[in-house]
Each structure stands twice: as C-alpha cells, then as structure tokens.
Write a protein that binds this ligand. Structure first.
Ligand code: GLN
Length: 390
C-alpha cells in the first residue's frame, strides 16, 4: 500500500513560475519568468552581511528579528506610515514576504472564514488560502487598466470576511491601487471588521501614480498588516528576508505563527539588511531610474514582436496579451516560446483561480540587466516567424 498524502497539497500544484525557470534553464535560455535580478546587490549590504558572519553572528537571532534590523525598519517606515513604529511590539522579521503572507493569514483567519482576493493574483495567495483553510472570494481586476467594479468588491464582503489581500504595486499586472480605491477597501474593512493584509514588496517601483499605504488611511492602522521585504528593493531575492508591520494586537499572533514555522530569519543577513534599510533617498531614486529604463526597453521589444502590452504603473512585470500573435493557450504559447527562441515568461492562467480568464495572457519580468533585456528582445523579434512555421 502506498502512503497516504494529505488533502491540502493535492489542491495546488508546483509553482508555475519556478517550473518555467527550470524549463528555460534546461535550454540555456533567457528567464523573464521568475522575477529576480541578474545584477549585483548593493556592495554595502553584502559587506555588512559578510562582516557579520566573520564576527560570528551565526546563532539564532531573536525570533521576531534582530534588534538592529527592527530599529532600522522603524526608522525607515515611521515617516512613511506617519506614526512612531514600536520595534518591540509592531515589527516582525520573517523569511521573506512569502512567509509573511502565510503568517499573516494564519494569524487572523480560521478555517471556513472568507478572504477577499483580487484576481489575477500572485500565485502564492491561492495555496496560502488552502493551507489556512480560508475560503477565497475573488474580485476581478479587468484589463486594460485593471480596475475593479466597486459593487463586485462590496458584494464579496460579508459577515464571514476576515481579511482582504491587497498587493500594490501589483504582481502580475503592475497596477498601483489609487487612493480612492484603497478608501473603498478601507470602508468595507471597517464595516465588516476585516483586516487588510497588504503586500507592498514593490513599494519603491512606481512609474505612474503614487504609492498609497492603506495603513495610513483613517482608522486603518489598527486593522492593517503591511508586508514588505528585502528581495525587490535591495535585489536579494535569495536571502529570504521579509517583515510585517502591524499593531501589537495583530503582531502577537503573527509572531507565534512565525516562531513555529521557521523560528527566525538568517541572523547575519539581518545585520546586512539593517545597513540597507538606512540607505538614503538617492538609493531609491537610482533604483527606480534603473527600473524605468528596463521597463521601457522591454515594452518596446514586446510591442515590436507583436504582443499587446499593458504598460505597468508599478512593480517589475509586463502583462501582455498573445491574441495578436495567434496565441489561444498561454501554457502552450510559453512552451513554444522557450523552445523556439529560448525566452521564458509566465503563462497568465497561473495568476487566476478561473484559469480560463488568463488563457491569452503572458507575464514578462524585467528585473534584468539592459543587455539581458536587449538579447531577449532580439530573440522575441524572431518569434512571429518561428510561430508561423510550427
Ligand atoms: N515574486 C517573483 C515572481 O513573481 C518570484 C516568485 C517566486 O519564485 N517566489 O516572479
């Protein structure tokens, strides 16, 4: 007899994003699927982490984060949130925003409770709701501008709603939620006593509009869990460092969950992170300028290759529609693209619970050196001819 496997992991599959990474690596192609930089992280950050290892900062940090890092997070975010953050009670350091999201959901949601999720959504949020036993209620973001219908949002809330997951700037669409949209969400959270769990990992990558933090809206600090991390802002996706900012009442259960999921994030890397969190405004301006250039290069290349593009207002992905290239099945299309020209992207259906809604969409990531993006664009220019001969 074969050993039994549990019901929950049968409800989701391996990450499509990481599957695409493996497929493109197998052919030595260019990976515009998984969003991670192919350029170096800041020297001062690396030096500080190396120095911490040499100084034997090699044992467990405090479960909820090294004091140096929590102090640096408080210093950076207190002005952004317009309140004095208390590192002792309101900040938790975890192993990446991925753990942060799961810890946040497990902290506030019981099995059977409902969680509102905008669709398309970053693929983790689906399995997160399964693991926590939450019942997702999806609200559609409609192309081309990825707005939602306020009535549909209101209808998704009810007495069982415990939380809403927000991601701004948004993966995969690049949508930057407007103040008016966040005010609507805030009003519903207050009406139904729900928590806003907001993933703001792309907070520094905003090309159009402004990054509004729902935690700063009136009455929202008390019911908001803000998530961010080091991966995107400091180009260290493999360090797995994230953090949550939340009022003490919500931080207590978050810390309990985190403690028994992972105990703590890597201690020496936290010392490096504490240095990075104190970088001045010029660091963030340079980061944004670099990404704006990468965005422009890839947008032009995708358009030239015949994709319909949805220019992103933020984050580092471009959603496209493959209909002009004759694409009707996103998964088959990306597999062909990897095979024919050696460029990987993510099939749009992996961002939808109702997979059919993403069938003609494909997401490209652009946290890459300009030469990597130019090489990808040259390959993509050959795509229409190659597809025609398949
Ligand atoms: N957030 C990144 C993306 O969407 C990386 C995904 C992952 O592998 N965790 O591509």
């Amino acid at each position: 007899m074969e050993p039994r496997i549990a019901a929950k992991p049968q409800q989701f599959e391996e990450s499509v994003i990481r599957l695409m990474t493996r497929l493109v690596n197998a052919v030595g192609g260019i990976n515009l699927a998984q969003g991670f930089p192919d350029f170096p992280a800041p020297q001062a950050l690396k030096d500080a982490a190396c120095a911490a290892i040499q100084a034997d900062v090699n044992q467990y940090a405090i479960t909820w984060g090294a004091p140096t890092l929590r102090a640096a997070i408080a210093a950076k975010y207190s002005p952004l949130l317009g309140r004095d953050l208390d590192p002792e009670q309101e900040i938790t350091v975890v192993c990446g925003a991925t753990e942060a999201m799961l810890a946040a959901i497990l902290a506030v949601v019981d099995p059977g409770d409902e969680v509102v999720v905008f669709e398309p959504f970053y693929e983790n949020y689906g399995p997160d709701t399964v693991l926590s036993g939450a019942r997702p209620r999806y609200v559609a973001l409609e192309p081309p501008d990825w707005r939602f219908d306020p009535d549909a949002l209101a209808a998704a809330f009810g007495p069982r709603t415990r939380a809403i997951i927000i991601n701004t700037p948004h993966n995969p669409t690049g949508k930057v939620f407007t103040r008016a949209e966040l005010e609507q969400i805030a009003a519903l959270c207050q009406r139904w006593n729900a928590v806003a769990i907001t993933d703001e990992i792309y907070e520094h990558l905003v090309y159009e509009g402004e990054h509004v933090r729902i935690a700063t809206l009136p009455g929202m600090w008390e019911r908001t869990i803000t998530i961010s991390g080091l991966s995107k802002t400091y180009s260290v996706t493999g360090w797995r460092l994230g953090y949550l900012l939340a009022p003490a009442r919500l931080t207590v259960p978050i810390r309990r969950v985190h403690d028994f999921l992972t105990v703590g994030a890597a201690a020496p890397l936290q010392e490096g992170a504490a240095v990075a969190l104190r970088f001045g405004p010029e660091y963030y301006a340079d980061l944004l300028a670099g990404y704006a250039e990468r965005r422009a290069v890839l947008l032009a290349g995708l358009q030239a290759a015949g994709f319909h593009v949805y220019p992103p207002a933020g984050a580092y992905y471009i959603m496209t529609d493959i209909t002009p290239l004759g694409g009707t099945d996103d998964v088959a299309f990306v597999r062909q693209m990897i095979k024919q020209v050696g460029v990987a992207a993510v099939p749009g259906s992996s961002f939808y619970a109702d997979r059919a809604r993403g069938r003609t969409q494909v997401r490209f990531a652009f946290p890459k050196r300009i030469e990597t993006l130019r090489a990808a664009c040259e390959r993509l220019a050959r795509l229409p001819a190659r597809l025609a001969t398949v």
